[in-house]
Design a protein around this ligand. Structure first.
Ligand SMILES: Cc1cc2nc3c(=O)[nH]c(=O)nc-3n(C[C@H](O)[C@H](O)[C@H](O)COP(=O)(O)OP(=O)(O)OC[C@H]3O[C@@H](n4cnc5c(N)ncnc54)[C@H](O)[C@@H]3O)c2cc1C
Length: 306
């Protein structure tokens, strides 16, 4: 079977694209490798998606999924490993099987960046985490460290102050990049301390069983110190999940380049939306807008070429 459109990825961008494509009566399928919802399902609370002053990532994504399924969305659980351009249609090679479509929208999003310091890999899942909502409750009444200075780091640090004993926020710069409203909220928390202009250099523990401390270095003086903590939460940015896409043009960081007007990639009929797409602001609102635009462009491409 050749679909009109295959969407790869079931995060905000993919589900938004699906809603627009289904309303345009395209014959589509969405392919997701894990669970529908994407990264935002990890967020404890979202306060910047218009129309929803405060709700959890999971709640928001359930609404997206219900909306798309109400329009008849068919979801296949598989991981796409490659896309080839076979002229009239594209072939998507999945782990389980191959799929064919006239157009494709890539909405594969991103995954957390690693610090790549000693102890990080060894203690992942045993004290090192990239998701406060998932793992925060394991550190109730413990001292923990949060690494990062952007929106996600400060938002998640604020959430963690409500469930753990204390948070030390480690950031390599003097200033935070996070929205001012998020910074103001952190100032009200009593159980947080800051280690600004410090970089983490190792996560230390008892064998590989549990984390016991984090060692940090002053970025200017190079002076080092070790802080006792039981958990380390890392929010230092994301990297796009695009390494499997060999035949599509990307920027130096692996984000997919597109024509800004249609979101078409360097492969004709293949579009990209959301965090995998090279741009300044990676948020649900931008992912959703791009999903809508990519689906509309895909619909035009299908009509123009049939
Ligand atoms: C902790 C945290 C807090 C955040 N808080 C906010 C916030 O408050 N407000 C806000 O606007 N944004 C927030 N964000 C950012 C927001 O989550 C992202 O901008 C948004 O999820 C991007 O959506 P997306 O659909 O492009 O990608 P993603 O959400 O990353 O979804 C991509 C999907 O594609 C799937 N996939 C990947 N590769 C493949 C493959 N090869 N085959 C099949 N499926 C694949 C993945 O499993 C995933 O489900 C937060 C992010 C994090 C991590």
């Amino acid at each position: 079977m050749v679909y009109d459109l295959i969407i790869i990825g079931g995060g905000p961008a993919g589900l938004s694209a699906a809603i627009y494509a289904l309303r345009a009566r395209l014959n589509i399928v969405l392919i997701e490798k894990m669970a529908v919802g994407g990264q935002i399902a990890l967020a404890d609370n979202i306060e910047n998606y218009p129309g929803f002053p405060s709700l959890s990532g999971i709640e928001l994504m359930q609404k997206f999924e219900e909306h798309a399924k109400g329009l008849g969305l068919n979801i296949i659980y598989d991981e796409i490993k490659d896309i080839t351009d076979d002229g009239e249609y594209k072939t998507l090679i999945g782990v389980n099987e191959s799929y064919q479509a006239r157009t494709v929208i890539i909405t594969v999003g991103a995954s957390p960046k690693r610090l790549n310091i000693p102890g990080e890999r060894e203690f992942t899942g045993r004290g090192v985490s990239y998701c406060a909502t998932c793992d925060g409750p394991f550190f109730k009444d413990e001292d923990i460290a949060v690494i990062g200075g952007g929106d996600s780091a400060l938002k998640e640090a604020n959430y963690l102050t409500r469930i753990v004993k204390s948070v030390v926020l480690i950031h390599r710069r003097k200033e935070f990049r996070a929205e001012k409203i998020i910074q103001e909220r952190l100032n009200n928390a009593k159980n947080i301390t800051m280690e600004l202009e410090h970089s983490p250099i190792s996560i230390n523990g008892n064998g590989t069983k549990t984390v016991e401390s984090i060692s940090i270095e002053n970025v200017k003086t190079k002076e080092r110190k070790t802080i006792p903590v039981k958990g380390v939460f890392i929010f230092i940015g994301i990297k796009p999940q695009t390494s499997f896409l060999k035949n599509i043009e990307k920027d130096q960081d692996g984000f997919i380049k597109t024509d800004h007007y249609t979101l078409m990639t360097s492969m004709p009929g293949v579009f990209c939306a959301g965090d995998a797409h090279s741009k300044k602001l990676l948020q649900v609102a931008t992912a959703v807008g791009e999903g809508a635009l990519a689906a509309t462009s895909a619909e035009e491409f299908v009509c123009d070429t049939c």
